[in-house]
Design a protein around this ligand. Structure first.
Ligand code: C5P
Length: 227
């Protein structure tokens, strides 16, 4: 494997817990993801500190606001040193975020349909007559036109999305579970090997690692299964 495709989601309540995980996992993860829980608990300093320690940071804030606000917030994320930033896959939002990070190395990932959503959850949003996969592709084609550098999708849609997005855009898939592991609240899951075979560049691994007795061993097993 030429590069490490694993992103560990630091879904923990404090800086101390996050740093302990990072210390235990070290270079077994290619990226560390700071999401809503950790960012809300600890603020932007955690992103700055991880980046300063040489870690690549995926800032998963799934931004959704008026263009000017998203543009300015994305610029702040870039100045913190985040390598990847998520926004909702809506053209106005994607365009603003891409503008905000212009001139930096930060890449904008557009989140299509959450991996915890199924057909019924889409219907609750008023989206009827479409499967999650069809909705992902419809959102992504507009997101691509708006300049998204990549997409977040379920591994089940990765193959079709890769075709639509072309080779240059990044595809990141959460909802990844080794065979036999609990799916928790995720509904559209696949194994790490299946997700990569379907065209994903990076895999987000959360609870399977963060709730393991030995997170490094859990990551090592996943990496072994990929080589
Ligand atoms: O524990 P688990 O592996 O399910 O964690 C998945 C991580 O990926 C969580 O941090 C979640 O917020 C994130 N995520 C997701 N689905 C998306 C985007 C992000 O599960 N579409």
């Amino acid at each position: 494997m030429s590069r490490n495709p694993l992103i560990v989601a630091l879904d923990v309540e404090s800086r101390a817990a996050a740093m302990q995980l990072v210390e235990r996992c070290g270079d077994l993860a290619g990226f560390y993801k700071v999401g809503l829980e950790l960012f809300t608990a600890e603020g932007p300093g955690i992103v700055r500190d991880l980046a300063a320690a040489g870690k690549r940071v995926f800032l998963d804030l799934k931004m959704y606001d008026i263009g000017e606000t998203v543009k300015r917030a994305a610029a702040r994320a870039a100045s913190l040193g985040a390598s990847l930033l998520t926004v909702h896959c809506v053209p106005q939002v994607v365009r603003a975020a891409v503008e905000g990070v212009e001139g930096s190395d930060t890449r904008i990932l557009a989140v299509t349909v959450l991996t915890s959503f199924d057909q019924r959850d889409l219907e609750d949003l008023g989206i009827t007559g479409r499967t999650p996969a069809e909705h992902v592709l419809s959102l992504a084609s507009r997101g691509a036109e708006a300049g998204a550098h990549g997409f977040v999708c379920s591994p089940r849609e990765a193959r079709a999305l890769r075709e639509l997005a072309g080779p240059a855009r990044l595809l990141v898939t959460p909802g990844v579970r080794s065979a036999g592991a609990s799916a928790h609240d995720q509904k559209r899951v696949a194994t790490p090997a299946e997700a990569l075979a379907a065209g994903a560049d990076y895999l987000v691994i959360g609870r399977e690692v963060t709730r393991a007795d030995d997170p490094a061993a859990a990551l090592g097993r996943i990496l072994d299964g990929l080589s």
